[in-house]
Design a binder for this molecule. Structure first.
Ligand SMILES: [Zn+2]
Length: 217
């Protein structure tokens, strides 16, 4: 069962596995731009999510961004283990730090590993309008001569908090899954098997690559 709360333009969802054999449900926080709210609604409708009224909506009416983020971090992120980041047309670094102030802080808070607020796994979902910009086909690498698949997670498609931790420097010309903290999936693949990808992101928290993440790249 998936529970969702809304905080301003952000969404908090808790994925709970109701079967008794699996008590390892992963509480999930969803970070997205308001322009992509339709996808949030689609997730809710198709995954049969129960909405929960969120009293925090009243509690955090404030112009103080740091305060709002602290409340979100303490009330929600500290409780979650995976952050889903919806990658749409309005969620890239090039649109500026102010435009992305919420999603950047949400990812920073997610990446932060502190007492009572462990690092979240990060699952980036590429929305359909971004497929052609993110997935650039494949080609022969001039460095190693092998064929690589091009995935354009850059400042023009994503924010640095995601891109750095997706392409963690490894002195190689390509990155394997072991070189990445962030997990990336196409929207169409995610909605087929959401728990599989949430699990993948969750498992990165205990993977050695988690030691190499950067909170503010
Ligand atoms: Zn290469």
């Amino acid at each position: 069962m998936l529970y969702i709360h809304c905080v301003n333009n952000t969404l908090v969802a808790s994925v709970k596995d109701d079967t008794k054999t699996n008590i390892m449900g992963h509480r999930t926080y969803i970070s997205f731009k308001t322009e992509d709210e339709a996808y949030k609604n689609y997730i809710q409708d198709n995954l049969d999510i129960d909405m929960i009224d969120n009293s925090l909506n009243d509690a955090i009416v404030s112009d103080d961004l740091e305060y709002i983020m602290r409340v979100i971090r303490e009330e929600y992120l500290s409780d979650s283990t995976v952050t889903i980041f919806l990658i749409g047309e309005r969620s890239n670094e090039n649109l500026g730090a102010y435009e992305q102030r919420y999603i950047k802080r949400e990812l920073q808070a997610s990446l932060y590993h502190g007492q009572g607020n462990t690092q979240n796994g990060i699952l980036g979902i590429v929305l359909p309008s971004m497929y052609s910009r993110v997935y650039g086909g494949s080609g022969i690498c001039q460095t190693c001569g092998n064929s690589h698949t091009y995935v354009n997670i850059t400042d023009s498609t994503s924010i640095k908090e995601f891109s750095y931790n997706y392409y963690i420097p490894n002195n190689k010309c390509s990155w394997s899954e072991d070189d990445r903290f962030c997990v990336l999936v196409k929207w169409d693949d995610f909605i087929q098997e959401p728990e599989k990808y949430i699990d993948q992101a969750f498992e990165k928290r205990s993977h050695p690559i988690s030691e190499k993440t950067k909170v503010r790249p």
